[in-house]
Write a protein that binds this ligand. Sequence first.
Ligand code: UDP
Length: 422
Amino acid sequence: MNSTTEKRIALISVHGDPAIEIGKEEAGGQNVYVRQVGESLALLGWKVDMFSRKVSADQETIVQHSRNCRTIRLTAGPVEFVPRDNGFKYLPEFVEQLLKFQRVNGITYPLVHSNYWLSSWVGMQLKAIQGSKQVHTYHSLGAVKYNTIDNIPLVANQRLAVEKQVLETAERIIATSPQEKQHMRSLVSSKGEVDIIPCGTDIRRYGSVEPQAARAQLGIDPEAKVVLYVGRFDRRKGIETLVRAVRESKLHGSQKVQLIIGGGSTPGNSDGRERDRIEQIVNELGMSEFTTFPGQLSQEILPAYYAAADVCVVPSHYEPFGLVAIEAMASGTPVVASDVGGLQFTVVHEKTGLLVPPQDVAAFSTAIDRILINPEWLNELGKAGRKCVINKFSWDGVAQRLDELYTQLLEQPVKEPALLTT
Ligand code: UDP
C-alpha cells in the first residue's frame, strides 16, 4: 500500500461520542458500535480517529483508547448538550474543525466511516473537498422513524434529503440487517451500493457469568422469575408495553416475578421525563414492590444482569438493529422482542426467543409467560441464542468484514461526490 492508501480511517459520530458512558439520553447503540468498530479495527492494524462533538468543558479533547485508537472531540457550536434534531446547523463548523485538525497534524483521511445522518453530511463534505472515500451506517432511517412517531421535527425534510444523497453517493452503505437494507430500497432510493454487515457484540464479556453467581452478586432472589429491560428511556423503546404486559402476566401474583428496568436518565431531560412517566405507571398498576430501576448499567455490570434474567424483553416500536437483543442472547438469555426491523434478523422466533407485534400488551404478556413457565425450554432458547451470536454477531467477525471492505474501497477510484448543500 502506498501512503495514500495507508490503513488510516476517521470514524465520524457527531452526536454519538464513543468515549462517554452508555445508556443515557441519546447515548446507546451508536456509541457502542463506533467504539467497538474503532477498537477492533485498531487491533487489525488500522490507525483510527473517532470524531465527535464536545458537549462539556470538562471533557478531554482527546481520549486515547489504545495505541492506534482515539476519540477526538471537536468544538462546533455551544460546548453543551444539543438534542440531535437541533444539531444540523453546527455541522459546517464541525467540518472546518476537522479540516483544521488534519492540517495541524499533517493527516488527510483517505477513508471516512460516518454514523447517523448528521455525520453523513460531514462525510459528504470531506468527500467533496478532499476525495475521502465514504462508508456510512445510518443507525436509524428518518423515513422509517417518522412513520412511528407523532411529532415530526422541523429538521425532517433536511434529514430525508441528506439520507437519500448519502445513499446514492457514498462508496458503500452498511445496512446492519436485511430489513434495514430493504427499507433503504423501498423508502429512500434504489441507487447506491449497500452491503449487509451486522452489528456485533463481545462474546467473551457476555456469557462470562453463571446465572446463580450473577443473582448472588446482584442480590436477586434465586427463585424469582426475572424479566429484564435494558436501554434508554425513550417512548420509541416501548417500556410501557412491557410494564403493562408484566402486569397482565398470569405469573404475576402467584410467583415471585421481578421486573428490572435498567437504563440511565437525567431529571428534566426527555429521558428523565420518560422514566418518571414509566415509574408513575408502575405505581398506578401496583407493581412497585417487585419492580426496580437500577439506573444506568455499566458495561462491566451488564453481563451479570443479562445472566441473572430469565427473559430479556425488547419492546421497541421500531429498532434498526437492537444491540440489547444480541447481548442478552450472547449471555444465554432468551429474548421476547417486537417483530420489527433488525430484531427480525437477530431473534429467531421459537428458537432463540419470541417475536410479537409491537405495542401489543397481550401478546408480550403471553410470550413472557410461555418462556417463564417452561424452564427447560427457557434453557434451550438461551443456549441456541448464544450459539447464534457466536456464529453471526461476534465483534471479531464483524470487524474482519469491515476490514476487508475498507481495504477493497481504498484500492478503488473515488465515486463522484455529492453536491455541497448547507
Ligand atoms: N446500555 C448500557 N447501559 C444502560 C443501558 C444501555 O450500557 O444502562 C447499552 C446496551 O448494553 C447497548 C446499548 O446501550 O449496548 C443500546 O443499544 P441498542 O442498539 O439496543 O439501542 P439504541 O440505544 O441504539 O437505541
